[in-house]
Design a protein around this ligand. Structure first.
Ligand code: FES
Length: 301
């Protein structure tokens, strides 16, 4: 019995030593990961810079700068589609900037919110942000996001999270036409970079910037779901968001020239291609579907 207990204690201590050694290894590997994630010049050894890396709680996998400035620095100065990832108050964009929905839009809000159970009003955040953006002239002042939060009974930060995640929402004034060129793989393989170059050159602005005449703002976005007509772009304004598809650099320029001249643009493929048909044209679903049917839809009316 004594011998058995001796072996038990010995094995327990060996396990404890292994666990301790692994914990030390895990800690140093976490520190290495933090070092890799940290902005240039930052010290991961500094608990002030990365509070999650010290103390008794598990260290955070991401740097957690304490201030907005530090966050922007951690993002490497990365700009979102319509500004930096932090809010920068300007004379026309503060919490006090006047904004309230029009009577017409309040009626639309009633219609939108009727689609959701009364305890899920927050589900209407995207359509309400869209309404607010269109009413505000194509961008979302801070006060408009706060109004959406108030109408929906949400914490304002929850609304900011949505508005900063989706590229269709912009938080600084931009041009009249927001030209969003898809740069995801199918479009990129079909020449999206040439489309971006043509769009910025013709519009007279850099990528992510607004043209001097205030007409155009060009950004690159992720897949817009029209990959079969790649490359493509969406052109948003306060009234419509048409897709222009099967673009070439020349057709992209033509679209921008037409917008500048106040003319209607051709929506969809900018070639003679019908819809998204392949080179052989339409090859399936040419007539009535032959069945078998699981239900007699005609009999049911
Ligand atoms: S990849 Fe461009 S629309 Fe899908």
């Amino acid at each position: 019995m004594v011998q058995y207990n001796f072996h038990f204690v010995k094995r327990t201590m060996a396990v404890a030593r292994t666990v301790a050694a692994r914990a030390v290894g895990l800690l140093s590997s976490t520190q290495r990961n933090l070092a890799a994630l940290a902005p240039a010049g930052a010290s991961v050894a500094s608990a002030a810079a990365f509070p999650g890396a010290a103390g008794s709680h598990p260290p955070s996998a991401l740097p957690q700068p304490a201030t907005a400035t530090a966050f922007a620095a951690a993002a490497g100065g990365r700009r979102g589609l319509a500004g930096v990832v932090v809010h920068r108050p300007s004379p026309t964009n503060t919490a006090e900037t006047p904004f309230d929905f029009s009577d017409e839009n309040y009626a639309k809000i009633d219609t939108i919110l009727a689609r959701y159970p009364s305890n899920y009003r927050a589900s209407g955040v995207i359509p309400l942000l869209d309404l607010a953006q269109r009413q505000a002239g194509g961008w979302l002042p801070l006060s408009a996001m706060n109004k959406v939060a108030k109408v929906l009974g949400m914490a304002p930060v929850k609304v900011y999270e949505v508005a900063t995640f989706y590229t269709m929402f912009v938080r600084e004034p931009i041009g009249k036409y927001h030209i969003q060129v898809c740069g995801t793989t199918p479009c990129m393989l079909r020449g999206a970079r040439d489309i971006v170059a043509a769009a910025t050159d013709e519009a007279g602005c850099a990528l992510g910037a607004t043209s001097e005449d205030g007409l155009f703002h060009v950004t690159e976005v992720e897949c817009l779901g029209a990959c079969v007509n790649a490359p493509m772009a969406q052109i948003s304004s306060t009234t419509a968001d048409p897709y222009v598809e099967d673009l070439t650099p020349d057709s992209m320029r033509e679209v921008i020239r037409a917008l500048r001249a106040g003319k209607d643009i051709r929506v969809g493929p900018q070639t003679e291609r019908p819809g998204c048909a392949g080179p052989q044209g339409k090859t399936s679903l040419l007539g009535d579907v032959p069945g078998p049917y699981c239900r007699d839809l005609k009999a049911e009316g």
